[in-house]
Design a protein. Structure first.
Length: 277
C-alpha cells in the first residue's frame, strides 16, 4: 500500500513539475500570437463608389434665396411636393463627383412640363474634403417650362463647432423677367444636438445679401432665417437608412431688395422622409 501511495505521489509531483516547466513556453507562445495579431493590419471596409440621398418633402412654401416664389405669405393652405435625389461618386484623393435633381410639384399654375411639375432643377459638380472642411463647386440649371436659369454655386463648410458655411450663388444666365444676373451670398451656422438616443435637432441660422436686380430690387441685405429641425430614424424599415424629418423656418426679408414677397416676415414648415445609401 505504501508503494502504491509512493508511486502515485511521485507521478503527481512529476506531472506538476512538467506543467511548471512548460508554463513559460506556453506563455511565450501566447505572447507571440497576441503580438502577431496586434501587428496584423485591420482591414477597413472599402468605401462605396456611389452614395446617395433621396428626399421626399412636403413644404408649405417654396423659398428661393429669400424670395417667396408662390407668394404664400403666412398661409399654409397650399402644400408643395419637393422630391430630391443627389448621388455622390468617390473619385479618390478626397474628391467626390456630384449629380442631383430637385422638382417643384404643385397645381398653382398651368405647366408645359406636365403632371403638375412646375420646375426641374439639375446640377453637377465636384467637392473636395480637407479634414473637417469641405469645398464644393456646382453648375446648375433651373428649368421652368420654356425658361431656364443657369447657376454656379461655390460653397465652403466646416463640420465642427457651429457647423459654419458660406455659399456664393452666381446667376450667370437667366431668361426670367425683371431679374438680373448677379450674386447672392449666404453665411450660415447650423448647431445641432441629440435629444435622447435617436432624435437629432439642428438650428440653422442664415443671413444673406445680393447684388442689385438679383430679385428685381436694390442691392444689400436680402434675408435672414432661423430654423428648428428634427430628424428621427425610421429603424422599423428593414432596408436602407430612412429618417423622418420635420421643421419650421422663420424668414425676415427686405422689401427693397426682394420687392415681390407679399409679407416681409413669414413662417414656413416642412415634413418628409429621407433615404441615405
Amino acid at each position: 500500500m505504501k508503494t502504491v501511495k509512493h508511486t502515485l505521489t511521485s507521478n503527481y509531483i512529476k506531472y506538476v513539475a512538467a506543467l511548471l516547466a512548460a508554463a513559460p513556453i506556453l506563455a511565450a507562445t501566447q505572447n507571440c500570437q497576441a503580438e502577431a495579431a496586434a501587428a496584423a493590419p485591420v482591414a477597413e471596409p472599402e468605401a462605396p463608389f456611389v452614395t446617395g440621398t433621396l428626399a421626399l418633402t412636403v413644404d408649405t412654401h417654396f423659398v428661393s434665396y429669400g424670395a417667396d416664389v408662390w407668394g404664400a405669405g403666412n398661409n399654409w393652405d397650399d402644400p408643395l411636393f419637393h422630391p430630391m435625389l443627389e448621388l455622390g461618386f468617390d473619385l479618390g484623393g478626397n474628391f467626390k463627383g456630384i449629380l442631383g435633381t430637385w422638382w417643384d410639384v404643385n397645381n398653382n399654375a398651368p405647366t408645359s412640363i406636365g403632371n403638375s411639375i412646375q420646375e426641374v432643377d439639375v446640377w453637377a459638380g465636384l467637392s473636395y474634403g480637407m479634414g473637417k472642411f469641405t469645398f464644393t463647386g456646382l453648375y446648375q440649371e433651373w428649368m421652368y417650362a420654356s425658361q431656364t436659369e443657369k447657376i454656379v454655386d461655390l460653397k465652403a463648410s466646416y463640420a465642427g463647432f457651429l457647423n459654419p458655411s458660406a455659399t456664393f450663388h452666381f446667376r450667370v444666365d437667366s431668361e426670367l423677367p425683371n431679374t438680373d444676373d448677379g450674386l447672392a451670398v449666404v453665411l450660415g451656422i447650423a448647431p445641432g444636438l441629440k435629444l435622447g438616443e435617436n432624435i437629432s435637432l439642428t438650428f440653422p441660422l442664415n443671413i444673406a445679401g445680393e447684388t442689385e436686380g438679383f430679385h428685381g430690387g436694390d442691392e444689400g441685405f436680402s434675408f435672414a432665417s432661423l430654423g428648428a429641425n428634427a430628424g428621427i430614424p425610421l429603424s422599423f424599415i428593414p432596408k436602407g437608412n430612412w429618417t423622418f424629418n420635420i421643421g419650421v423656418t422663420y424668414f425676415v426679408t427686405s422689401d427693397d431688395v426682394i420687392p415681390n414677397n407679399p409679407e416681409d416676415a413669414f413662417l414656413t414648415g416642412s415634413a418628409g422622409v429621407t433615404l441615405t445609401f
